[in-house]
Design a protein around this ligand. Structure first.
Ligand SMILES: [Zn+2]
Length: 79
């Protein structure tokens, strides 16, 4: 069963577990060791996937950010 804590009651969720989920995602170096796995219900796995996707978007946005060339006006004056 799902072992996540419910936000509304503060109790263990206990819905039927339908997924095998990495606590630390494989994309972030998480292993397949049982200590890094848990079995959330449908609702909790969706919450986790959304949080993982948000983090991945933030990492991608940060790595793509580069200063615009127009921030260096001295280079334009040389031409
Ligand atoms: Zn749950």
């Amino acid at each position: 069963m799902c072992r996540h804590v419910r936000y509304d009651t503060g109790e263990i969720c206990a819905e039927p577990a339908r997924h095998c989920d990495h606590i630390v995602p494989a994309s972030e170096g998480g292993s397949d060791d049982p200590s890094n796995l848990r079995v959330p219900c449908d609702w909790h796995v969706l919450r986790k996937d959304a949080a993982d996707a948000d983090r991945a978007r933030q990492r991608t946005a940060a790595s793509r950010w580069k200063p615009a060339r127009t921030c260096r006006p001295h280079l334009r004056e040389v031409r």
